[in-house]
Design a protein around this ligand. Structure first.
Ligand SMILES: [Zn+2]
Length: 293
C-alpha cells in the first residue's frame, strides 16, 4: 500500500487533523541508515512527526527541522521536512538498541534519554529561522511533539506516532497523526476526541491490518463531520547536490580548506541523510580555494 498524507477538518473546522501512513518512506530511511530495531522506531517516529509538521507550513519554500539532542545512546536525531511531503532524516547512532520496555514495546524513550531538548527549527525564508525548544518530556517522541505544540505554540494537540518493526528489521507498518483543537472549540469536544483516541487500538496495528489513513480517521471522527481537504503521497527524499556540498566546504573556512588541499589527497564527503558520496580531487579543492580568495 502506498504511503498517504491527509489534511482534514472535523466539526466545521473546530478540529484540525493531519494524518499519514508512512510505512514505505520510513522503511527507506531506516534501510539507508541500517538501523537496529529501537533506532528504527525512533527515526521512524521522527520522520512521521516531521512529515506532518512540514505539511503544515504555508509556503513552498519553507522547511522545518526537528531535532532531538539528549543524553541517550541514540544521541542526535534530526529530520527535515518540506511542505510538498518530502522528508529526510538522520540518527547519530543507528545501532542504538535496548530490550523491550515493561509494556513489551520498543524502548524509544530509553535510547532517546531523559535529559535533553527537542528543537523545532522553522525556516520560512526570513533572515533568522524560528527556533522553538522544549525539554524532553517522555522521550517517546509523540508526547514530546504534543508538549512542544502546547507549550511553545500554545496549541493543545494530540500527537500519535507509531512504527512496527519486523523481525528482519524492515518496517511492517508506520504512521501517525496530529490533532489540534482550534481556539474557541467546545471543551467537551476535546474530551470526546481524547476518549476516542484512548479507545483506538495502536495506529500501527490498524495500518498493519490494511487500513489506510482515511479509514483510521473515519474511525476516530465518525459522527463529527470529517472532511478530507487534500491527500498526497509523501516520500523519503534527499535534496543534496554537489553545489550544496561545495557551499558546505566553503563554509568550513579558508584555513581548514587549505589544510585539506595541503594534504594532497582526494576528499570524499558523504551526505548524512542519503549516504550519497561526493568526491573532490586535489585540483578541484584547489579551484574551490581559488574561488574564496
Ligand atoms: Zn543526500
Amino acid at each position: 500500500m502506498e504511503d498517504k498524507l491527509v489534511h482534514a477538518i472535523a466539526k466545521n473546522g473546530d478540529i484540525r487533523i493531519i494524518g499519514a501512513t508512512t510505512t514505505n518512506l520510513v522503511n527507506k530511511g531506516v534501510s539507508i541508515h541500517k538501523c537496529a530495531a529501537t533506532a528504527a522506531a525512533a527515526l521512524g517516529r521522527m520522520l512521521t512527526g516531521g512529515l506532518l509538521m512540514g505539511s503544515m507550513l504555508k509556503s513552498e519554500n519553507d522547511k522545518v527541522t526537528i531535532q532531538i539532542l539528549a543524553d541517550g545512546i541514540a544521541r542526535d536525531i534530526v529530520v527535515t521536512a518540506y511542505p510538498d511531503g518530502h522528508v529526510k532524516g538522520y540518527i547519530a547512532n543507528p545501532l542504538a538498541d535496548l530490550p523491550l520496555n515493561s509494556k513489551g514495546k520498543l524502548d524509544v524513550a530509553g535510547i532517546v534519554g531523559k535529559n535533553g531538548n527537542l528543537l523545532v527549527i522553522k525556516d520560512m525564508g526570513l533572515k533568522e529561522p524560528y527556533v522553538g525548544q522544549v525539554p524532553i518530556y517522555t522521550g517517546e517522541i509523540g508526547d514530546d511533539l504534543a508538549y512542544y505544540f502546547t507549550v511553545s505554540e500554545q496549541t493543545p494537540s494530540a500527537v500519535g506516532l507509531g512504527v512496527l518493526v519486523d523481525t528482519d528489521l524492515s518496517i511492517k507498518a508506520s504512521g501517525g497523526f496530529i490533532i489540534q483543537m482550534m481556539p474557541g472549540a467546545d471543551e467537551l469536544l476535546a474530551d470526546l476526541v481524547t476518549y476516542r483516541l484512548q479507545e483506538l487500538n495502536s495506529i500501527t496495528e490498524l495500518i498493519n491490518k490494511g487500513m489506510d489513513i482515511k479509514e483510521i480517521l473515519e474511525l476516530i471522527f465518525k459522527d463529527m463531520d470529517l472532511k478530507i481537504l487534500n491527500e498526497s503521497m509523501p516520500l523519503y527524499k534527499c535534496n543534496c547536490s554537489r553545489e550544496k556540498v561545495i557551499k558546505a566546504l566553503i563554509s568550513i573556512g579558508k584555513e581548514e580548506l587549505q589544510k585539506i588541499y595541503n594534504d594532497n589527497k582526494e576528499e570524499e564527503l558523504q551526505c548524512h541523510f542519503c549516504n550519497k558520496k561526493y568526491k573532490f580531487t586535489h585540483d578541484e579543492i584547489g579551484s574551490i580555494l581559488e574561488d574564496i580568495k
